[in-house]
Design a protein. Structure first.
Ligand SMILES: *Cc1c(COP(=O)(O)O)cnc(C)c1O
Length: 374
């Protein structure tokens, strides 16, 4: 038996919608399928304005431009995250101030943020790890107190909630990913969510290469031109058509993943007696089953577990390495070491999680983990 870590889910209708997009004769960006997807997110989750992008990385780069991040500005970002969360702001000249995770969750420790705020701080970027919400009330309150912007990197957090508010609807800006490793996917794709109305017009301009082309096509102006900086952040209609087929099936996809997640949780709870930690979902958060992970007691134990599972055909994988210790950033990080981030870098392991995972595969994985610990 070979069980991959991830297998991108296909609804079966992707090529039908792609063919339709092709037949409509306009496959560049900002067409019918792009609008359908954007409207879907605006209506279902109450996001004020949505723009489809070619990736979450691009949506994060748009955030840094929208917030006018300049040389010397400080942006507070968790160290335990994907490189794009930080890179998007570094590209604009920001000094990234890395902060630590919580002891019971890889999410940012909201109690550590206030001490890092200076007169140069412009924004806090939070990452809803595994689709589980950060403590957003505390974070938004800090932002109000110090006049900062909050960006939610909700790459993993589609269809997940904090106190009944959809993730992505709380910060001034938010970003999602539709990379093939995410719950809802189109190969490569992303979404920028703009909740603060002051950014509506400029976001469209940045998206369309620094031109006011979108306003022109709506008939609001009689010619369009170069009005600001920008880039080509919009995906083709082919990607949007693919994404549309996934959105039509979102409930089914989420239900199936949650079933798998619950199976793991129930049947791996015995690991607690070995000191292995299972994911914790706070009272304030929902679980979108983006990921099922374990936190081992040491790096050595994790390495052995991963290689044991690999030897019997199960592909379990570790995750981020602390960004404050990366070769690119370690000489630029002047803060303290970040022990929790280092612990997750060394001990966290992710188990196979995808729609098509079968019950007999789940049973196999769990029984092999039992064998390993016995
Ligand atoms: C996947 C991911 C990204 C990057 O998404 P892309 O669409 O591949 O650019 C960024 N941040 C986090 C937290 C992610 O999980």
């Amino acid at each position: 038996m070979v069980i991959p870590y991830n297998k991108p889910y296909l609804t079966g209708k992707e090529t039908f919608f792609i063919e339709d997009a092709v037949n409509k004769g306009k496959i560049s960006g900002n067409g019918i399928y792009t609008k359908k997807c954007q409207t879907y997110f605006e209506e279902k989750y109450g996001f004020k304005k949505c723009l489809l992008t070619t990736s979450c990385t691009d949506a994060l780069e748009m955030c840094a431009i929208l917030l006018n991040i300049k040389e010397g500005d400080e942006v507070i970002i968790p160290s335990y995250t994907f490189v794009s969360t930080a890179n998007a702001f570094v590209l604009r000249g920001a000094n990234v101030i890395f902060t630590d995770s919580k002891s019971n969750h890889p999410n940012v420790d909201e109690t550590k943020l206030e001490a890092l705020i200076t007169t140069k701080t412009k924004a806090i970027v939070v990452v809803h790890y595994a689709g589980v919400a950060c403590e957003m009330d505390t974070i938004m309150e800090l932002a109000r107190k110090y006049n900062l912007y909050v960006v939610e990197d909700a790459a993993q957090a589609v269809d997940s909630y904090y106190k009944e508010k959809p993730l992505g609807s709380i910060g001034h800006l938010a970003t999602f990913s539709f990379h093939e490793t995410k719950n809802i996917q189109c190969g490569e794709g992303g979404l920028l969510v703009i909740n603060d109305e002051q950014f509506f017009d400029r976001a469209e301009i940045i998206w369309e290469k620094g031109t006011n082309r979108s306003a022109f096509f709506r008939g609001e102006i009689d010619k369009y031109g170069w009005v600001d900086i920008g880039s080509s952040f919009l995906p083709s209609e082919i990607n949007a058509a693919f994404l549309w087929s996934q959105l039509e099936n979102i409930q089914d996809i989420q239900n199936k993943r949650i079933q798998h997640w619950n199976y793991y949780y129930k049947n791996l709870s015995f690991l607690k007696k070995y000191g292995v930690r299972l994911p914790e979902i706070p009272q304030t958060a929902t679980n979108n089953a983006h990921m099922f992970y374990l936190v081992c007691t040491s790096l050595r134990e994790r390495t052995n577990l991963i290689s044991y599972l690999a030897s019997i055909g199960v592909n379990a994988v570790f995750h981020y390495q602390s960004l404050h210790k990366s070769s690119f950033y370690r000489n630029k990080h002047f803060g303290e070491d970040l022990p929790m981030s280092n612990i997750y870098s060394e001990r966290l392991v992710r188990l196979p999680m995808y729609y098509e995972l079968m019950e007999k595969e789940l049973i196999y994985i769990v029984s092999k983990i039992k064998d390993f610990y016995a």
